[in-house]
Design a protein around this ligand. Structure first.
Ligand SMILES: [Zn+2]
Length: 142
């Protein structure tokens, strides 16, 4: 396994603050998660993605583990291979929206649908937790 790259405390802080401490894929709030969020390489290091702010995003452990070294996945509607959502180049609201009860993330484009599926953003346990948070007024994030 490749050695983790050094990411300075300052760069971590820049990435976290820029993301408003939300996972840039599923919008999980860092303050609601017992595990620390990770600094994710959007283009993985295995594909020569640099450790620079433009290639980094804040990701919850679930999204980070599910994404791994991928940059593309199949759109479940068309079956076509498409690029995964790129938090630095694309707008979340263009590709995703919340379901009416805020439990699920709905992919609105091929990129959104492929990313929801690949990152398992609607795992039943996660949906259940979002519904609970929504009932408590803690979700969705503002
Ligand atoms: Zn996430």
């Amino acid at each position: 396994m490749a050695k983790r790259p050094f990411i300075s405390a300052r760069l971590r802080q820049t990435v976290g603050r820029r993301a408003r401490y939300l996972c840039e894929y599923c919008r999980l709030q860092q303050e609601l998660c017992p595990e620390p969020f990770e600094i994710e390489h959007i283009i993985p290091r295995a594909l020569d993605g640099p450790t620079e702010a433009d290639n980094l995003c804040l990701a919850c452990p679930v999204c980070n583990n599910a994404k791994r070294h991928r940059i593309s996945a199949n759109d479940p509607m068309s079956g076509r291979r498409v690029r995964l959502y790129h938090p630095r180049l694309q707008e979340w609201d263009e590709h995703f929206r919340w379901s009416d009860d805020f439990g699920a993330i709905v992919g609105q484009t091929p990129v959104g649908r492929a990313t929801v599926a690949a990152l398992q953003m609607n795992h039943p346990r996660v949906v259940q937790i979002r519904l609970l948070w929504a009932a408590l007024g803690l979700h969705p994030p503002r």
